[in-house]
Ligand binder design. Structure first.
Ligand code: GLY
Length: 393
């Protein structure tokens, strides 16, 4: 059997409260120890031989580290973390003011976890200003022709006239901006983009396309394609997880019933395609017996989505998804987490950023390493299981 059966899944153990606490304590300690290297600079997207190097504030991933700082601060109330978070928000304000490396849809990933989070936790006016500037920038990527936010590249470039499933996690910045300013435009764009995404990236069996192209002249749907999945038509493990968390977040902000059924479809497809230890390979096509790298970050993202959606479901279904999330967490804690500073300066091993295959278009990097978002979502999932938590998204 390539994937775990429902019966075997039911027998799996859930992470206990004590295991979750111990794991979160370790994360907070690891993040605090990381401040020496990563206060004025940021960890790169992926580790090399288990260790992140420092870089300046660029790329789509730096907000995850600031998010880890905020989660660690909430857990410990250590002032060093608060001060580091404030320094990093200044860096994010500068980045958007100078328009440095902001020609991307990933502004939500960058600014929700750094500046919206800092604003929610500390009332930082600087954080609010930076996040609103980022929201203004993000909506410039919306195309009326096709009703979507363009993911990558020069706006309107024919070879990039597409959305990607990951963008569902950029939308909370827009919902937040509408709540904060009273201006409907951000929310309207978020809702249109979500509708377009769900109409096209979800296949009839609830597996998902990574990216989807539109006709630039007419706006009509054109075709799906993968970039980071194993092949067109397969389900990239992290893309499926973005779909799970993205639909849960969409429901959280809109309360649209149809998002619940999409959530259940993509989540159940995911759970039916997990290997025995509940942490997927980089593409859900692979299972036990395949010599392929894992993507532990996918498990953490999916767990966060299931825990969020469980807040809105009836008891039995909520219990099912919460149980699944706790079982994935148990495996991450037992088999994937970093156990000492000597082993790594990250939090979770065996994540995969881009694994190239003959049938995809990505450049190989960060395979079987720590990835900074994998660390963040693992910490977020542990936080969600520890107490009531106001999300940064
Ligand atoms: N959002 C880019 C990735 O998941 O690799």
């Amino acid at each position: 059997m390539k994937w775990i059966s429902r019966e075997d899944m039911e027998k799996k153990q859930e992470a206990s409260a004590a295991e979750i606490k111990e794991a979160l304590d370790f994360c907070a300690g690891q993040v605090t120890a990381g401040l020496d290297l990563f206060t004025w600079e940021f960890p790169m997207a992926y580790s090399e031989n288990g260790f992140y190097k420092a870089m300046d504030n660029r790329d789509w991933t730096t907000g995850f580290w600031t998010g880890e700082i905020w989660l660690a601060y909430e857990h410990t109330r250590d002032r060093r973390l608060l001060e580091a978070g404030e320094i990093q928000m200044e860096s994010f304000l500068k980045r958007i003011e100078e328009q440095r490396d902001v020609e991307t849809h990933d502004l939500g990933f960058l600014y929700s976890l750094s500046c919206v989070a800092g604003y929610k936790l500390t009332g930082s006016i600087l954080g609010r200003r930076a996040a609103l500037l980022a929201a203004d920038k993000l909506i410039t990527r919306f195309h009326e022709k096709g009703n979507f936010i363009q993911a990558w590249g020069e706006l309107g470039a024919p070879d990039n006239y597409r959305l990607i499933i990951d963008c569902l996690l950029n939308l909370p910045l827009l919902y937040w901006a509408s709540e904060e300013t009273g201006r409907a435009i951000y929310r309207e764009i978020a809702q249109k983009h979500t509708r377009t995404t769900l109409d096209h990236v979800i296949r009839p069996d609830y597996s998902t396309w990574h990216t989807f192209f539109f006709n630039q002249d007419t706006g009509e749907a054109d075709h799906g394609a993968t970039s980071q999945g194993c092949r067109d038509g397969s389900a990239w493990a992290r893309g499926q997880a973005w779909g799970i968390y993205g639909t849960a977040i969409g429901y959280r902000y809109t309360k649209r019933e149809e998002y619940i059924s999409v959530f259940k479809g993509v989540a159940d497809y995911y759970l039916r395609h997990l290997p025995e230890d509940l942490v997927p390979f980089w593409d859900l096509e692979f299972g036990d017996g395949d010599q392929e790298p894992r993507d532990s970050s996918s498990a953490s993202i999916a767990a966060c989505g299931m825990l969020l959606m469980a807040e809105y479901l009836a008891a039995e279904e909520a219990g099912y998804y919460t149980g699944a999330a706790k079982k994935m967490l148990k495996s991450l804690i037992d088999n994937y987490r970093v156990k000492s500073r000597e082993e790594s300066n990250g939090l979770v091993l065996h994540s995969t950023y881009c694994n190239s295959s003959p049938y995809n278009t990505c450049i190989e990097k960060g395979v079987d390493q720590c990835n900074i978002w994998g660390d963040y979502f693992y910490m977020e999932a542990l936080t969600r299981l520890s107490r009531e938590w106001e999300m940064y998204w």
